[in-house]
Structures are given as C-alpha cells and as structure tokens.
Design a protein around this ligand. Structure first.
Ligand code: FCB
Length: 428
C-alpha cells in the first residue's frame, strides 16, 4: 500500500440532479411520463431537496466536501413557453449562496435529462428551434447565477440522453428511431455550443471566468463476444462516435457519424474549457442488425461470466482499471478533467465503499501518470429517483428513508469524508 496525495485545491464532492432529488417537478416531461404510467415508480416528492437543500448542504459540508454538483430545472424556470418564474430563479440563486456560505464550490448543470413539457410538445431536441429555446433559458440562468458560479455543465450525458429517450424508448418521448436520435445529438451539440457562448458573453468583469463543459459519459467499450469480428467492428464504431467524434465536434467543430455523414458545426469549435466526465463501468457491445436502429447494442452481461467477474446490484460492470484507462486517454488532450459522476448502486454499503475507494485510487494513478484531474463528484449525495429504474437502486452515500425524509449518512460517506479531508487516498 502507498498513499497518493492529490494536488492542492482538488475539488471533492457529490452530485445530484434536480428531477432525481427535488420532488414535485410537475412541469417537466419526465413528470408527465411518470403520470402516464410509463415507468414503475413516480418521482413524487423524491428527497424533497427543493425545500431541504440547506440541510443537505450542511450534511455535505460536515462530510468534508469542498464542491457540489446539482442541476437547475428548466421546467421550473419556464413552466410555459416564454413565461418565467422569478421565484424559481431566486430559489436557485439562494441554492448557490447556500453552497458558497459552506465553502462548497458550485458545479451547475443546466440540462440533466429533463425538459419542460411545452418544449417536448414542440418536438424537443429533434427540432432546430430547441437550440434557441435552450439559449434563452441559459441567458436567464447566467444573469442570475453568473456572479457566483465558475463551473458549468451545459448538457449531462448527451449521448445517454439520446440513447435512452430516442433509441431505447426508456424516457419521454419514448422513441426508438435512429434518425431522430442522430438529429437530437446534432441539436445537443448546437445547444451546448449556444450555452457555452451565452455563458461567456454574459460574464461581467468582476464575475468568475466561466469554465464550461458537458458531462460526457465515457465508458470503455468492449465487444460482447471477443471472438466475433462483427462485435469487434461495431464496438470500434461505437467508441469512435460516442467517445471520439462527439468530443471532436466540440473541439474541431466537425461532427461525423461514420456511415451516415459529416457536418461542420463551426460554432461548436473550442467549446470545452474542461472535460466533464461521468464514468461507471465498461460497456459490452454486440452487433444486432435491426433496420433503423444503431446496430451496436449493449449486450446482456450474462454472456461474459469470466470477463465481468464483478457487477453492481443493477448488473453494471465494475472495473476501476478502465476508469484509469479512460482518464489517461482523456488526459492526453492536456485539458483539465473534472469527474462529474462516479458511483454505484450496491445494496451492501461495504461494497459501495470498495467501489468508490478503488475508483478514487485509479484516478490517483491517472493523475500520477499525467492526467490533469481537478476534481471528483461521487454519484450521489442521496439515494434518489433513478429514472426508469425508479426508487429501487440506491446510489447515495447518504441513505434516504423516503417515508420520513430522514437522511442517514452511510459508512461509505464517512470513509469518503476521510479522503476529502486529507486530500489523499491509499493506493494498492
Ligand atoms: C448517469 C446519470 C445520473 C444517474 C446515474 C446513475 O448516467 O447522469 O442521472 O442516473 O447515471
């Protein structure tokens, strides 16, 4: 065992998103989706974080955190098109002040899987008007929070958003249509670019310089059947689009989907001030030639008893070594990296801590190997509403009793606090 000391000023915290913790997000498309019975659980009051944020930030501060990632809910700010709710805006300004008061660096996400219902009704991210609508919303948020916020995430996991809502049909509008998914991705690139420029243009001299990124889901892709040339090929292509091309669009302004076409998006050039990264595990890809669908689908991990010796309670792969690899790969770009999510839904909290510890240690090794990682947010501060999987999975380092709204820090929260306070980790 040796000890790895992180660089001074390294940010340690936890992440949440509005719809998953706030409760009663009644104007959002996810709320309507739940009310229509399209998922097993309804988010309902969730963790009531909209009213209890002060208490939750006290908890985060008491656990040694120095940063906190959360999302602003567009559907609250603009419940009907062009109608702005000033109280909701004031609420988020109070949230940011509450963080600053506790010396928690705010990391603000502008879009985390949810949209206002009116926005989806107008075609959501499939239509070009989505970009300007999003830019208008970002302008309001920038004016209200820009004096207090340095770190911004425009869009959380654009690729997962497109896949989950437009390929797998697991969230509103429940589409399963490759051409729609590709249109959504293009508009998300444009939306991010618009958000980036709005945030920079809104800045006043005395405000912090905005650091803007997306939160990029960066799994390490592997073929389901290692021996299959089809699986190998589609895995390379999936990696090319999801891990390489998408980030290239935000650096070079060129968006290329192999086999489909390339397009210049000049406004997206150089729109990443840092790289926000979400990492959970490897993803195994299988060739399935279904017309109209991206032919690389995640395979049933059951095919890989030997290759996937360890999984979470949700069946997700656990592989800290791949986290190291992903960070090292990104590190070669020379850009600062902020880990915007990493965590697990283990039912056994000792296994949760083992997961977090090994991933933090892998991150330490990546820093040692030259990756400029500036911070880490574990997912999540609280157990919360896990989209189509509802309230089953427990990702929190703090346990939620949903019946009483009681919060109970788990042992993993205390172990993590030690890392946050000492700024170091034991490595294997
Ligand atoms: C990520 C999402 C986050 C949460 C975790 C478990 O893909 O960004 O909202 O659902 O997975």
């Amino acid at each position: 065992m040796s000890v790895f000391q992180f660089p001074d000023g390294f940010l340690w915290g936890a992440a949440t998103s509005a719809h998953q913790v706030e409760g009663n997000n009644v104007h959002s498309d996810w709320w309507a989706w739940e009310q229509a019975g399209r998922v097993k659980d309804r988010s309902g009051p969730a963790c009531d974080h909209y009213r209890r944020f002060e208490q939750d930030f006290d908890l985060a501060a008491s656990l040694g955190h120095s940063a906190h990632r959360f999302s602003v809910e567009w559907a609250r700010l603009e419940p009907a098109e062009g109608q702005w709710d000033d109280e909701a805006l004031a609420h988020y300004a109070a949230v940011v002040r509450a963080l600053r008061k506790r010396r928690l660096e705010p990391i603000v996400t502008l879009h985390h899987f949810t949209n206002p219902q009116w926005f989806l009704a107008k075609g959501g991210w499939t239509v070009p008007g989505s970009v300007e609508a999003f830019a208008r919303y970002v302008r309001r948020v920038a004016a209200a929070l820009g004096d207090q916020v340095r770190y911004w995430v425009t869009i959380n996991e654009p690729i997962i958003y497109a896949r989950m809502h437009y390929l797998q049909g697991l969230g509103p509008p429940g589409a399963k249509d490759l051409s729609q998914a590709i249109r959504v991705l293009e508009h998300l690139i444009r939306g991010h670019a618009a958000g980036y420029h709005v945030l920079h243009a809104a800045r006043r001299m005395e405000w912090p310089r905005p650091e803007v990124s997306i939160a990029h889901h960066l799994p390490v892709f592997r073929p389901c059947r290692r021996w299959s040339p089809f699986d190998q090929w589609i895995t390379r292509r999936t990696d090319q689009i999801f891990s390489v091309a998408f980030l290239e669009a935000l650096t070079d302004g060129r968006w290329e989907v192999p086999g489909i076409g390339a397009r210049r998006i000049p406004e997206a050039r150089n729109t990443l001030d840092y790289l926000g990264v979400n990492y959970y595990g490897r993803q195994f890809i299988r060739w399935v030639p279904v017309p109209g669908l991206w032919p690389g689908v995640p395979c049933d991990l059951g095919h890989h008893p030997r290759e996937v010796p360890e999984r979470t309670s949700m069946g997700w792969d656990v592989h800290p070594e791949s986290f190291f690899e992903a960070l090292r790969r990104l590190g070669r770009t020379g850009q600062p990296i902020l880990v915007t999510e990493n965590g697990t839904s283990m039912t056994d909290d000792a296994r949760r801590w083992s997961y977090l510890w090994r991933h933090i240690a892998a991150m330490g090794r990546a820093v040692q190997a030259g990756a400029n990682v500036i911070g880490y947010c574990c997912w999540s501060l609280l157990d919360n509403f896990e989209w189509a999987d509802g309230y089953g999975p427990r990702f929190g380092i703090v346990e939620m009793d949903y019946a009483t709204q009681e919060r109970r820090p788990r042992e993993s929260a205390r172990q993590y606090a030690e890392v946050c306070r000492t700024n170091r980790v034991m490595t294997e």
